[in-house]
Design a protein around this ligand. Structure first.
Ligand code: CU
Length: 180
């Protein structure tokens, strides 16, 4: 699979499913790297237009240092996607146009005074690299804030595990949590 569309669960929230061990709500196979690499900002084959739906999350251990390359694509049409992350502020350490090149573009990383944001507008047919420390356990959606794009699947979620002790863990749901 190479083009996945995120589907929000309709029965239980991902967090509730995680807390209560309810199966079938989400899967933890969001890939760390693109399963299929292609010329993301070039003439994308129509075969890549058709997405596969799924509710995939990416698991993170408490305190993980996370770097994400947000790569815009020319699938269907290029667009400036304002990518918003819940639960964290992140550093925008580099931005550019075209396809991110992990060999040459790392020289553009600003590790001195990068802006701290909760949203980054990924350039049209471009890319942005963000970093954060996953020290806020829970389930956190990352999605395009052209909100209609959420319904089209431009979203995913991080499942950040609890750390050690009460201060690094989410509280259990209250005993009188309504069942629905
Ligand atoms: Cu968008």
């Amino acid at each position: 699979m190479n083009n996945a569309s995120f589907v929000l669960p309709s029965s239980f929230s991902i967090l509730q499913a995680q807390q209560q061990g309810i199966p079938g709500v989400f899967t933890t196979d969001f890939p760390a790297f693109p399963p299929v690499q292609f010329d993301y900002t070039g003439n994308v084959s129509r075969a890549l237009w058709q997405p596969v739906p799924g509710t995939k999350v990416y698991k993170l251990k408490y305190g993980s240092r996370v770097q994400i390359v947000l790569q815009g694509t020319n699938i269907f049409t290029a667009e400036n996607h304002p990518i918003h992350l819940h639960g964290y502020d992140f550093y925008i350490i580099a931005e550019g146009f075209g396809n991110f090149n992990s060999k040459t573009d790392t020289s553009k990383f600003n590790l001195v005074d990068p802006p701290l944001r909760n949203t980054v507008g990924v350039n049209v047919n471009g890319w942005a690299v963000i970093r954060f420390v996953a020290d806020n356990p829970g389930v956190w959606l990352m999605h395009c804030h052209l909100d209609v794009h959420i319904t089209w699947g431009l979203a995913m979620a991080f499942l950040v595990e609890n750390g050690v002790g009460e201060l690094q863990s989410i509280e259990p749901p209250p005993a009188d949590l309504p069942p629905c």
